[in-house]
Design a protein around this ligand. Structure first.
Ligand code: ARG
Ligand code: ZN
Length: 844
């Protein structure tokens, strides 16, 4: 059943307060609710329907009198007075058998919840929609030592705890945790002098992995005060780590629940990338307290209102904590890999979708990452000062409300006097715009002409021109910048911009900082790319030039049977050898585009990508880099050595990144000797894992793999890496077999989303392995998706996206994939989640 944005209606009742009472038992938890309703003056309906799924109704009352409501699989309907009334219910639920990990469930012996988007209805009968906001009082009875819910603690005693959340919130922000946990405590004093108690709760044994997360939390709290003027609003802020979790983390009011992989870290067990990601996610969830919780969404179509903005905020935070240039490049790599792929395939949808069957299927790269790009564009268009003023107005005007994208844009219109109706197309039109550029130079005037076009996407064949902020700088042929960055505001389908007073035809640097999520199409030469790689003052475009050069080389190797040209090698090696550049940046320049990126590029140019040839081409380029740079590799490797204890800060992490990139090249020349030495000497996970990966990539490292397993067999998060590395890096011919063998390993706990994703996701990301010509990769993944769907629809649906680019490939592969998708779809009792995804992927 499809739900439409256009059909929004307010709920007929308002809630003045909710009281919940939990009596915990693994298979028979009793939940008593008492809800004060009153008619909503903004609604003319008086229909009383409460959501409720998988609940055993014990009793229900209205104003103290027992009622017999009409109950279906989806909820409960009752006759109610046209005046304020009290609804009470008692239900029974079974957290232990809840493998979908939505609602109240158990993970490693503890109780925890995940209610976003629509999980609260699996806890009790309730209007489970974000525009119904209420204050909650919660009493938990259980024998666990730690009993937590949202808000401030009211009373604790033997076997019970009471919590009160004074801030009205929608049910999706409800949380409860009960377990024998240990706290990593700390405190924070807000700028107005309020003392806040902070805790990270973990299972015994994980205490030593909390310190970094706690520091990241305090940095986030300070940053949000300083940059957005946002202060925390409760006496306590708790974070809990759980092992079984469908997503990364959840911003429940005052009680954030995290996938343990997104909060726990120690130098021995977490990589530099893990540390950075943890810092970003802690910030993200904390920032939701204002962008998401104090101001929430009217309905789930507005999801990007909180997610796009909060991703944008966490990106700003990370670029302030670390390197702005490196962060932007990383974000664009991810955007292209996930969001552009989505936008160019059967799952393309607008940042604000118009309909859905299962909202969990719309927690996508488009909603999150393109949603964040839209905010970046808006900020660039109105300027930093206006952005700041608009945000203050947003917080002032909508605090305590469930808002819409229209509300958000109105704040900017009121602040700046701008008409944003054309800009709003970014929210309603799906697809990545192509931006074609042509240029002319005459009498000292340089003219750039842009033409925009967005290809059709499912359900949207025609597209209107959008507002595109194009940041441009101009360089002289001698390498100096003759025009600093300016922002061209494109609004027409085709539009020219003039730069006069130039002595010579300049070299343009277009779309600096990646100022808009578009695909730039410009006829250019590798000489010019090499020039920009050497001279561009914008670090993003400097990197982009090198990336374009590499992509051009690789695609020509595949379509014209070229070899790796010296233009690429010389340009790259200059950067490689340039000690004045940030090591993290040099590592990014060295990294090759992904196989998936090459496949999409070939497909866009009218070719049929061959996964195994792409794999070979990438290997060939890597080997050429290695040979071309062999004289300097050992020196760079040695120069990047760091003395003293491990620190996850950006600077040493950047050095390790470059050292790792060099090690990967070196290992192609020395049979893995340096990697074996690094593996043996490593005192941190970054270097240990780098070394192991280098060995696996050259088909060595059996011994190290065994040693690694022996060392880390009791650490779940590290073992996820062990599973992942093997399936992700197996040679194309061995990948399916390796994966299949690992799914029979005693530690392959398929119901744990992290382990499932690590193992099967490693294979689906191993393009040449997954796309084995005999279809064995497709079959193996489909088998597992069918099995997982019965237990956990959400993770299954999400993983089914591995098939979304099937129409890129040859007819044989398409037929094989189609057969697997059809087989999945024909599975009896397939979940609504997976049915919707697979149907969309198959298209018509
Ligand atoms: N709001 C969370 C975040 O981005 C994500 C939770 C999504 N959960 C889900 N089941 N769809 O921070
Ligand atoms: Zn979020």
């Amino acid at each position: 059943q499809k739900i439409y944005l256009a059909e929004y209606k307010p709920f007929p009742f308002l809630i003045d307060g909710v009281e919940l009472n939990f009596d915990l038992a693994p298979r028979a938890t009793r939940v008593k609710s008492k809800i004060n309703f009153r008619p909503n003056p903004d609604s003319d309906s008086r229909e009383f329907f409460l959501h409720g799924e998988n609940l055993k109704l014990i009793s229900a009352k209205i104003d103290g009198k027992e009622i017999s409501p009409e109950v279906t699989d989806l909820g409960l309907t009752a006759d109610v007075p046209n005046a304020p009334f009290v609804f009470e219910a008692e239900v029974e639920i079974s957290p232990e058998t809840n493998t979908a990990l939505e609602g109240l469930y158990m993970s490693g012996g503890m109780y925890c919840t995940q209610c976003e988007a629509e999980g609260f209805r699996k806890i009790t009968y309730y209007p489970d929609r974000p525009d119904v906001m209420a204050t909650f009082k919660v009493r938990i009875q259980g024998s666990e030592s730690v009993l937590l819910s949202n808000g401030n603690p009211v009373e604790q005693g033997e076997g019970f705890a009471e919590w009160h959340d004074p801030w009205p919130k929608p049910a999706y922000l409800f949380a409860l945790v009960a377990g024998n946990l240990v706290a990593h405590p700390d405190s924070f004093t807000t700028k107005s002098g309020k003392e806040v108690e902070l805790n990270i709760y973990v299972r015994p044994g994980d205490e030593g992995k909390c310190a970094f997360g706690m520091e990241a939390l305090k940095r986030s709290m300070t940053w949000d005060e300083e940059v957005y003027g946002r202060e925390y609003d409760l006496d306590i802020f708790n974070i809990v780590a759980v092992d079984d979790f469908n997503m990364g983390a959840m911003e429940n009011k005052g009680l954030n629940i995290f996938n343990s992989s997104c909060v726990l870290a120690s130098p021995e067990t977490a990589t530099d990338a893990n540390f950075e990601r943890i810092e970003g996610i802690i910030a993200h969830e904390y920032f939701h307290n204002w962008t998401g919780n104090r101001i929430t969404c009217r309905d789930w179509f507005q999801l990007c209102l909180k997610e796009g903005l909060t991703v944008f905020r966490d990106q700003q935070f990370t670029s302030d904590m670390r390197s702005r240039a490196v962060k932007r490049i990383d974000d664009v790599i991810t955007l292209r890999a996930r969001q552009f792929r989505e936008d160019n395939g059967p799952l393309a949808h607008p940042v604000r979708p118009e309909s859905f069957v299962e909202i969990n299927n719309f927690y996508t790269a488009t909603v999150y990452d393109k949603g964040a790009e839209i905010i970046g564009m808006l900020k660039r268009l109105v300027g930093d000062e206006n952005y700041k003023r608009a945000l203050s107005l947003y917080f002032e005007r909508h605090d305590g409300e469930a808002a819409t994208i229209e509300d958000w844009l109105k704040v900017f219109e009121d602040t700046t006097g701008r008409d944003l109706s054309q800009f709003a197309l970014w929210y309603s039109q799906a697809g990545t715009p192509r931006l074609k550029v042509s240029e002319a130079f005459e009498d000292g005037t340089y003219i750039l002409t842009f033409k925009q076009e967005t290809p059709p996407t499912p359900g949207q064949s025609e597209k209107d021109p959008r507002v595109i902020p194009i940041a441009v700088g101009l360089l002289n042929p001698n390498g100096d910048e003759v025009r600093e960055t300016c922002v061209l505001e494109m609004t027409e389908e085709e539009q020219s911009f003039r730069f006069s007073g130039l002595a010579a035809k300049p070299i343009p640097s277009i779309l600096r900082e990646f100022s808009a999520p578009v695909i730039l199409e410009r006829e250019t030469t590798n000489a010019e790319r090499a020039f920009l790689l050497a001279h561009d003052t914008d670090p993003f475009n400097k990197w982009e030039a090198g990336r374009a050069l590499a992509k051009d080389t690789i695609t020509r190797m595949l379509t014209e049977d070229r070899t790796v040209g010296s233009d690429l090698l010389d340009a790259i090696s200059k950067v490689r050898r340039d000690d004045s550049l940030d090591p993290a940046f040099r590592a990014l320049v060295l990294a090759l585009p992904s196989a998936d990126d090459i496949a999409q590029t070939l497909f866009d140019a009218g070719h049929t990508p061959d996964p195994s040839r792409i794999h070979t081409a990438l290997e060939t380029v890597a080997l050429s880099y290695a040979t071309h740079l062999q004289d300097v590799l050992p020196k760079i490797y040695a120069d990047m050595h760091i003395d003293g204890p491990y620190s996850p800060d950006a600077e040493p992490a950047g050095k390790r990144a470059l050292q790792g990139a060099v090690l990967s090249l070196l290992s192609r020349l020395d049979g893995g000797n340096q990697a074996r030495a690094q593996f043996a000497a490593a005192d941190n996970m970054t270097q240990q894992l780098q070394a192991l990966a280098c060995l696996l990539r050259i088909d060595r490292g059996r011994e190290q793999l065994a040693a690694f397993e022996e060392q880390w067999k009791d650490d779940r998060l590290v073992m996820d890496k062990w599973f992942n590395l093997q399936t992700a890096l197996a040679a194309p011919e061995a990948a399916v077999q390796t994966t299949e063998a690992l799914t029979k390993h005693a530690a392959f706990d398929w119901k744990n989303p992290n382990r499932f994703r690590a193992t099967l996701g490693g294979l689906t990301g191993n393009m040449a392995g997954f796309h084995s010509p005999d279809g064995s990769g497709y079959r193996l993944v489909a088998d597992w998706l069918i099995k997982l769907d019965a237990a956990n629809p959400q993770t299954t649906a999400r993983m089914s996206t591995c098939f979304d680019s099937w129409r890129r490939y040859d007819a044989d592969r398409q037929a094989l994939i189609k057969a697997e998708l059809t087989r999945i779809l024909e599975t009896p009792k397939l979940s609504r989640d997976t049915t919707e995804m697979v149907t969309r992927i198959l298209g018509d």
